[in-house]
Design a protein around this ligand. Structure first.
Ligand SMILES: Cc1ncc(COP(=O)(O)O)c(C=O)c1O
Length: 419
């Protein structure tokens, strides 16, 4: 596991042949998906209305059953799922919603589409999700909701956020785009707030062959609003003539039946894959546990992680280089590990409020110090661990980490110079 680093001309630890690439393929496409899509092609009904409604409804019913919610509406993608969930939550234009400073851009833009202002709050340094204490300080008289993002697949501190929401009379909306199959105190993500949004993007743990989304809730009125708003604000009867009456201003956010058919097949295997991924990731993390300064993702005992992404932080002091700037260490470790064949990447390069699209004036990262520190000193593993067959490749990733750590004395002066 030692030897010269690949970035300095040594042998790369993780090389992939065609068989390995198959172990990493995501999403997994089997005959079940092929047959389901051919079935749609042969029987017509390409959209979610008319003949295509049955396959979409089946996915909705099965996702509601999986998450333990009363209602599910399939929509065109995860971004529209959040937009529709917020619209259905009935917030007033001009109201505020508390949003974590670390998330995907759609978390912040979705409220703005309804003229709801995202107010950013800092995250927890180990869970990477909204810190309830920070969320509380972000609440103002205009706040009407909290957007709980189960980032990377780890459910937020929902008991604390629920209590906070109840104390202030707020809606609690889940962004569960990355958290299919994660649980909190025995309940599924998607059943933890007033309404929840999932993404079915091809990269997600429950994917479709393209774009899609799901909205779950126990509230019949909110579900009704999502259904209304995914289709031009119209109520379309199952049978009979379409009346063409729009009750609210709304766009078109329907899921196509082919996409529903694909996801329905994926759902057949979700529970099994959740368990296998848990085993593989546990093995990976166990293999990395003794590397000083490598801070592994953490799952509190009251919840399970969907492992959409794994975020590793680097503690320069524990790595024996306290004088190196965390950003310089992270950047060098990324080069070293990528050269060894481990495709670590940044996930988000700045806090959401620093995004040019959202920034009003100059943003000071000291407003969200934990988010800023996490972005500076961490990297993520994406996709490679999603396929349940990826375990042999993950084992080689462990070797690559060990090799890099065995060479920290070589890397330290380079990092020192860079910082
Ligand atoms: C946390 C989060 N929210 C929302 C979205 C938006 O989902 P989609 O890409 O399906 O629109 C994503 C997708 O990357 C996400 O990761």
């Amino acid at each position: 596991m030692t030897g010269k680093l690949a970035m300095f001309g040594g042998t790369r630890t993780v090389t992939l042949d065609e068989a390995d690439r198959k172990l990493l393929a995501w999403p997994i496409v089997t005959d079940a998906e092929r047959t389901a899509i051919l079935d749609v092609l042969e029987h017509g009904g390409f959209t979610s209305v008319g003949a295509g409604a049955a396959v979409v409804r089946e996915l909705e019913a099965r996702w509601a059953a999986y998450t333990g919610t009363r209602h599910c509406a399939a929509v065109s993608n995860g971004t529209t799922a959040i937009e529709l969930a917020i619209a259905a939550a009935g917030l007033d234009p001009g109201a505020e919603i508390v949003v974590p400073a670390l998330s995907f851009i759609a978390t912040a833009t979705a409220p703005l589409r309804h003229r709801i202002k995202p107010v950013f709050a800092d995250i927890d340094p180990r869970k990477f999700t909204l810190a309830p204490a920070a969320a509380e300080t972000a609440i103002t008289p205009r706040t009407q909701a909290i957007l709980a993002v189960h980032l990377h697949g780890l459910p937020c501190d929902m008991t604390e956020l629920r209590a906070l929401a109840d104390r202030h009379g707020l809606r609690l909306v889940e962004d569960a785009a990355q958290a299919h199959g994660a649980t909190y105190r025995g309940r599924q993500a998607g059943a933890l707030g007033d309404i929840a949004a999932f993404s079915l993007n091809v990269s997600k743990n429950l994917p479709t062959c393209g774009e899609g989304g799901l909205v779950t809730t126990d509230d019949a009125d909110m579900h009704d609003q999502v259904v209304l708003r995914r289709q031009f604000g119209e109520r379309v009867p199952d049978k009979g003539e379409r009346p063409y009456v729009s009750e609210v201003v709304a766009g078109n956010a329907k899921l196509s039946s082919m996409q529903a058919a694909f996801t329905r097949c994926q759902l057949d295997r979700l529970a099994e894959w959740v368990a296998e991924r848990e085993r593989n990731v546990s093995g990976l993390l166990a293999g990395l546990a003794d590397l000083p300064g490598l801070v592994l993702p953490w799952t509190p005992p009251d919840r399970t992680h969907a492992w959409h992404m794994l975020r590793f932080r680097f503690d320069v002091a524990a790595m024996g280089m306290p004088d190196v700037a965390p950003g310089a260490a992270r950047s060098l470790l990324q080069r070293a590990l990528r050269a060894e064949g481990v495709p670590l990447q940044r996930y988000q390069s700045m806090p959401l409020p620093a995004q040019p699209a959202l920034r009003a004036g100059k943003y000071d990262p000291r407003e969200h110090p934990v988010t800023a520190a996490v972005l500076d000193d961490s990297l993520t593993l994406q996709r490679w661990h999603l396929n349940p067959a990826s375990e042999p490749v993950l084992r080689r990733c462990v070797e690559a980490f060990h090799k890099v750590w065995a060479n920290l004395d070589v890397l330290a002066p380079v990092a020192r110079q860079a910082s």
